[in-house]
Ligand binder design. Structure first.
Ligand code: FVH
Length: 293
């Protein structure tokens, strides 16, 4: 019986840093013809040995294929690298981390040059790329048509989540999730600092900490529900008044342990401000309104 060979979409990839190289390897492993370019040629040489075609310039790489993926350090490097390339008729997918405003401006910039544009925010670190069970994915926003056309190819390195036609939304979702992650890391840093000078093995605290953070994480659903309804007392379990009353114990413990309260204090200050507005029977959700200027 004759087998039909399904042609895989050829991909051009600009940028072979840690993330770019991982993307390149995933597409090569899946059988996609790949053309690459990197400012430092040695990095491209390594990927060439694994089957990629190496272009002599970014413009040459862009000319090679319709689907052009960019994964560079920042928006300024995207500007620099694509300056001399003819983007007319290209499907430009920008996986470089940037701000929502940069993504929107880059989408307009691409459109003026005759390209379709999709912005991406990578929710993964390089070892998660090309590993389906690792849980990594990429937020996409911008041209829905472009997303649908290349969905299968884009799904090779990591999962795909389209968040809307506004090109800035992928970056916004990316930064929102990563900001929450830094808040979590800040809390964990404070927790480890509290035990640092004690005879407590950090390795014994780590699983307790991880389990506790996982147990608390679903609280974000209640926050979302309260924000949607506008009723911040809905389903409240631990009132703001009760929680503010507990904060001196946290600050005193930090002092007793010789730990700076600088990570916790700003959040406690916001909680106290919200309480002072007469919101003691609410959840912590009101703090969000204090942040939004
Ligand atoms: N690595 C990670 O954990 C994160 C995970 C989430 C997403 N980020 C973002 O992905 C973009 C690329 O990150 P990366 O890890 O590949 O970064 P580097 O290894 O530092 O490689 C940077 C590449 O950019 C090239 N480059 C930098 N400046 C210029 C420029 N002016 N002109 C041309 N190319 C430039 C650099 O080239 P070279 O140094 O090898 O010559 C690399 O190819 C990034 O937005 C992360 O935030 C990664």
């Amino acid at each position: 019986m004759a087998h039909e060979t399904v042609e895989k979409t050829p991909v051009t990839l600009l940028g072979l840093g840690a993330m770019g190289a991982a993307l390149a390897r995933a597409w090569l492993a899946a059988g996609h013809p790949l053309t690459v370019w990197n400012r430092t040629p040695a990095r491209a040489a390594a990927i060439s040995a694994e089957g990629a075609k190496v272009a002599n310039s970014a413009a040459e790489a862009v000319a090679a294929n319709t689907l052009v993926v960019v994964c560079l350090l920042d928006d300024a490097s995207v500007e620099e690298v694509l300056a001399g390339a003819d983007l007319a008729g290209r499907d430009l997918v920008n996986l470089t981390t940037g701000t929502p405003a940069q993504a929107r401006a880059r989408a307009d910039w691409a459109r003026e040059r005759g390209a379709r544009y999709l912005d991406g925010g990578i929710m993964a670190v390089p070892p998660m790329i090309g590993v389906p069970d690792a849980g990594g994915y990429v937020f996409y926003s911008g041209s829905r048509e472009l997303f649908e056309r290349h969905r299968e190819t884009l799904a090779v390195p990591a999962g795909t989540t389209y968040v809307g036609p506004d090109a800035g939304f992928a970056a916004l979702h990316d930064v929102a999730l990563l900001s929450a992650m830094y808040g979590m890391f800040a809390g964990a840093a404070h927790a480890f600092a509290l035990i640092r000078r004690e005879d407590i093995d950090p390795a014994s605290l780590a699983p307790l900490l991880a389990d506790w953070l996982v147990a608390m994480a679903p609280a974000v659903h209640q926050t979302a529900d309260q924000l949607r309804s506008g009723d911040y007392t809905k389903g409240v379990v631990s009132t703001l008044a009760m929680q503010v009353a507990g904060t001196p114990s946290f600050l005193r413990t930090a002092e007793e342990q010789g730990v700076s309260p600088e990570l916790l204090s700003p959040y406690f200050a916001l909680m106290r401000r919200r309480l002072a507005e007469g919101s003691g029977d609410e959840d912590l959700t009101g703090v969000i309104d204090l942040l939004v200027r």
